[in-house]
Each structure stands twice: as C-alpha cells, then as structure tokens.
Design a protein around this ligand. Structure first.
Ligand code: ZN
Length: 139
C-alpha cells in the first residue's frame, strides 16, 4: 500500500470564506500516483471546516446567512468562550455544524464523486495562516 501526505495552506482576506479546493485535492492525488484508494481531507483548525456540496453561488450565500443565524459573530459578548479574550466562539460552532473532514474514494486516479459533489474549505475565523491535511492511501 502506498501513502501520501500533503498540507494545503490558506490565508483568507475575510473572516469567513467558502473555497472550492477540489482541484488542489485532485492535484495531490495526481502527485501521490495512487490509482485505487481513499483520500481524507480535514481542516487542521477548530475554527474551519472541510465539507462536500455544490459549487453554486446562491448556496454559498445561503450557508453564510444560515450559519450567521445559528451562531452570529456579534455581539461577541454573548459567548462564554469569548470571556477568554478570544472573539471566535461563533467560528467553533460553525465548524461543528459544517464538519471537520471528508473521505472520498479514489478510482482510476480520480476523485469518485456523486453528481455535483465538490470539496470545500469553510473558513470561519480567517485572516491568518491555516492548514488543511490531505492524506491518501491505496495502490
Ligand atoms: Zn476560540
């Protein structure tokens, strides 16, 4: 069995962002040389997510609106976590809802998706260096 590990780096200009990382993950699979196996992609921070869904601008807007309703960023004083001096309690909650990781089958060297599936990096506390882990195993 072969294995391959790579980190993807992000530094968004905005606090929140939704970035399609499918091409970067496929590029990692290409580098790995693995044809049949599994690909794990996970956010390495507890204020960011990796998830799979449609790359449709209306939907991305809907996530933003929905998550802000569930866990509004402001006022930051509404969260106990922010008593520590941080202001990112909402980002922890948004991350919990949107998930930590995805696992996708690799078949004939390609991500084996269902219709319209794309891999996204969801940033909820950006404007600093963040990492995503890609781990591929197979042969
Ligand atoms: Zn925090």
């Amino acid at each position: 069995m072969k294995h391959y590990r790579q980190e993807l780096l992000f530094h968004t200009k905005t606090r929140r962002a939704y970035i399609n990382i499918t091409e970067q993950v496929q590029a990692a699979i290409d580098k790995s040389g693995i044809q049949e196996g599994l690909c794990l992609v996970n956010a390495m921070h507890i204020s960011a997510s990796v998830y799979i869904n449609d790359d449709e601008s209306g939907l991305l807007h809907d996530y933003e609106t929905w998550l802000e309703k569930l866990a509004p960023h402001a006022p930051v004083s509404q969260y106990k976590h922010n008593d520590t001096g941080e202001d990112n309690a909402d980002a922890h909650l948004k991350r919990q809802v949107m998930g930590r990781e995805v696992v996708v089958a690799v078949t004939r060297g390609k991500l084996d998706f269902g219709p319209w599936e794309q891999i996204f990096y969801g940033e909820f506390d950006g404007r600093r260096d963040k990492r995503v882990l890609v781990k591929i195993i197979g042969e």
